[in-house]
Write a protein that binds this ligand. Sequence first.
Ligand code: SF4
Length: 702
Amino acid sequence: MQETKSTCPYCGVGCGVVIEHDGAQITGVRGDPDHPANFGRLCTKGTNLHLTATPVVLQHQRLREPAKRAARGATPEVIGWDQANREIAERLLAIRAQHGPEAIGVYISGQLLTEDYHAFNKLARAVIGTPHIDSNSRLCMSSAVVGYKQSLGADAPPCSYEDIELADCVLVSGANPAWAHPILFRRLEAARGGKPAHKLIVIDPRRTETAELADLHLQLRPGTDVALSHALLHAVIARGWVDEAFIAASTTGFDALQALVADWPPARAAEVCGVAEADIWRAAEWFATSPASLSLYCQGLNQSSAGTAKNTALINLHLATGQIGRAGAGPFSLTGQPNAMGGRESGGMATLLPGHRDPGNAADWAEIEALWGVQGLPGRRGHTAVEMFEAAARGEIRALWIACTNPAQSMPDQATVRAALERCELVILQEAFAHTATARYADYLLPAATWGEKEGTVTNSERRISRVRAAVPAAGAARPDWRIARDIAALIDAGLGRAPRIDADTAEDLWLEHRAATRGRDLDITGLSWALLDATGPQQWPFVTGGTPRLYTDGRFATPDGRARFIARSFAATAEATSPQRPFALTTGRLRDQWHGMSRSGSVPRLFAHEGRPLVRIHPGDAARRQLTAGELVRVRSERGEVVLPLALDGNIASSGADIAMHWGDEFIGAQLGINAVTQGAFCPDSKQPELKFSAVAIEPA
Ligand code: SF4
């Protein structure tokens, strides 16, 4: 047996794994005891990773050969790489010539490795010349990105996982790490076991498994997080718990924020949020007066039409109390995907450029042109995820190149997304798995290598860069994502009569280009190399002469004047409201043992043991009032569409709330559009992240 160290491809915890194999077949997996994220532990998904690479999965569920559809709806016919690459390049060149480069959109994924991101970024902006490149990380972390940038000056989570052990008070807001970040939850459980005075506060509309552990659960109404954060700050100010010295030395804008939160006494927020006033005072006291307070937050704050405001309101609380830049203290955004961070670092999104540069800044574009040796880059921000599919549905985008993601299941407002895919004259899908909903719309299917088969790097939530390593050959004719992008890019460049603009023979070549773009930036990794990662293990950025576990320890922030900014943003209602016609506030979330659209985790039967079918959950009282019973089929209907599902009664859901796990696509819900038939595309004006956590729905007998 051979062993190869790599990382888990599921969530942003970024656990290290040891892949057991014989050089041809993966036979087992275990946690890497040397990896500082997990120290050998794995959750259920990670423990079963090797079962996603069995001979049966490799043969029947993987996309193994390039294929082409003669017409939409036709059975794909296997073609060779040469033919696929040549035809795709010719068709993209034709669309580009007739309609301009902006008629082409590139939609990628937080599952890709940093090197893949870098290749796609160059493919879109330098080779095709389109500004329209975005990632499914838009659905995941973009509100956290903008929140950090607005408040602290840079998209940089300031904390480390070890802060979970060092904190005296942990506030979990809009997150359920017990299911979505299980290894971090185990670290939290263990830390509490050794600290009798430890306080855990959970803010969540559902009584989750994380909330079960809490000393205090604030079960707020969905969408009222900003009001609650303002009230917590009001209480902190009223009781004199602010850190005046820190505010004076390290921040700006406190007076305006103080005036804003004066209108949010806990009594008012208690009514708006549906929580007890005394609990707001108690939470404020624990957070402000504990020696070190850490917040952990995720999609409950991010997937919102007020996502940025929710993030900055929480960061305000840290700044006002000086709970930042110290061991065990700080606002810690938990990333959803394994390499959402790497995508942000390499700038493979419409609102980002490499090295945390800004596509709204001409000087930043000029720096990238110099780094890439290319003139005439698009020079402006492109369409973000929802905007890109809306533009395709209008016929403005005529070709979509999609890699490592399944928008025909995961995007909100599926009717618009599917109309976009149908209207596009060319859909290219680069995927590891053969049977995703998006595959049905693809004109060309390109098989991609995946976990255990490819080389590169990822960055986890604590800014830690880990190596991803190949243990076995790729399934069938599958190739690394960066190579697929590079090869077609070379043909496009040749068609335009110029030298290849993605000039890389290996993933490491691409990483070195990425590294060069970080020089002098907040995420500078110019002291790092693959050789160093191989020799010393995963490292946290910035890394010039050594890694950095914690940011802003000197009270200086990444803003031009070195001061963090208090952001005074008013509470705003959700994009749509419940009504007598649609009285339920629907949220979507994760199951413990599944991942995203299940293209990988769905290949492991035992991962369905925890929950084996889609359900809509509501409070038993709501069901009784409507004479609905557990198990009966109900129609969940929003303004955009409907799904029919069995009903489950769950006392952990607040009254007038409803919950459906995000994972179920149309193959599980009959001839429909999956659960995102009902969710909405309305998004935060700053982050462009859609409001997947709130849709007004009716629930009626089917
Ligand atoms: Fe993988 Fe996340 Fe589980 Fe770790 S916690 S094993 S990274 S899914």
